[in-house]
Write a protein that binds this ligand. Structure first.
Ligand SMILES: [Zn+2]
Ligand SMILES: [Zn+2]
Length: 372
């Protein structure tokens, strides 16, 4: 079972919708059960092609598949109405079955898929919040061009392994106390590849692949946060001697913002206001990530109070809506009073009947008086 939907349709990753449609029509005709009566393999292939087309012909599903891999399509069904994957995941699930995506996709013969790769992407705060593109560079393995991934030196060709007949598997029969035991294992002669080469390609030393650095542009969905990972199917390392590509896992790390701290989809900001502003109230222009809003601080606001600017936070990763901006006000005590300001403040305290320290009392004097 091939889990790379692009490979199923035999199209490139950047194939246009027309190319995808064309490939689907051709393959569907070729493998249609009517044209292949009693051919289970053709029927399986027909279903595979249908699922690949269902995903890749839908821009939203295709984007999700490109970004998250097959897992992005899994478990999306069963939600409320408006869920683009409702009804879809059933066919997908029944078809690919549970957990198949976590296994190495490998046919009965042929070289195994290449390694999965991992890379950390450090995202700007705004890119994580609103989505965008981010380039990642990975050290990876690509098919060797000199031997066309066969591993055989130019002018020579690989030959079918004589020990396993090309299956890559050998059966061993041994006697045990329970009788004859038949075990199947990897063919030691060809290492399970089913083919041997007499003259290895000098470029890749018979590996069929070369180490290289590649840069991929990753589509970052809006609303992601540190700890999230994206899976790019088929962007991992190439396998030995023509084996398919593994996947690339991009682990996201979001840089800090100078004004906001993220709490889920909410953005928290601590705003300092003066004691007079807190007491008398104030209208303040407040910059969110995408504009300026009017923040109304009412009279008599206490320090620590939180104001919520609805819908100005981070867009939800799944579905619609956005989080909020939470502005927590901190009332600042004025410390650098002029003579006139101090006179006014003393008059203010007097009017409210609040005892305050004398003007000429030094800090040391205050401490001493506290112990008298
Ligand atoms: Zn080579
Ligand atoms: Zn072999």
């Amino acid at each position: 079972m091939n889990t790379d939907l692009y490979e199923v349709l035999g199209v490139a990753r950047n194939a246009s919708p027309e190319e995808i449609k064309k490939a689907y029509r051709r393959l569907a005709r070729e493998h249609h059960p009517d044209a292949n009566p009693d051919d289970a393999a053709a029927e399986a292939r027909f279903k595979e092609v249908a699922v690949a087309y269902e995903v890749l012909s839908d821009p939203e599903k295709r984007q999700r598949y490109d970004t998250f891999g097959p897992d992005g399509l899994r478990g999306m069904g069963g939600g409320g109405s408006g869920d683009p994957f409702a009804g879809f995941s059933d066919i997908f699930e029944s078809f690919f079955g549970g957990g198949v995506f976590n296994q190495r996709s490998r046919g009965p013969s042929g070289p195994p898929r290449g390694q999965d790769l991992e890379v950390v992407a450090e995202l700007d705060f705004e890119v994580a919040a609103f989505g965008g593109e981010h380039a990642v560079t990975v050290r990876t393995a690509e098919a060797c061009g000199d031997c066309e991934a066969t591993g055989a030196a130019p002018g020579s060709t690989p030959t079918t392994c004589t020990d396993c007949g090309g299956s890559g598997q050998v059966r061993r029969v041994r006697q045990s106390i329970l009788g004859q035991m038949v075990t199947a294992g990897q063919c030691p002669r060809c290492g399970g590849l089913g083919q041997t080469i007499s003259r290895p390609c000098p470029t890749c030393r018979g590996d069929g692949r070369v180490i290289t650095e590649k840069t991929y542009t990753v589509q970052i969905p809006a609303g992601v946060d540190t700890g999230a990972s994206l899976r790019l199917t088929g962007r991992g390392a190439a396998g030995v001697r023509g084996g398919g590509h593994g996947d690339l896992y991009v682990h996201l790390q979001v840089r800090r913002h100078e004004r906001f701290e993220r709490q889920g989809y909410d953005l928290v900001h601590q705003l300092r206001i003066s004691a007079a502003q807190a007491a008398l109230g104030v209208h303040l222009p407040f910059d969110t990530l995408d504009g300026t809003e009017d923040l109304v601080v009412p009279r008599g606001t206490q320090t620590g109070r939180v104001f919520r600017l609805r819908g100005s936070g981070v867009p939800h990763l799944e579905g619609r809506g956005r989080g909020d901006v939470l502005v927590q006000v901190m009332v600042e005590t004025p410390g650098d009073l002029t003579e006139e300001q101090e006179d006014l403040l003393r008059r203010f305290a007097e009017l409210r009947g609040e005892p305050v320290a004398d003007a000429d009392t030094s800090l040391l004097g205050k401490i001493k008086s506290a112990f008298k």
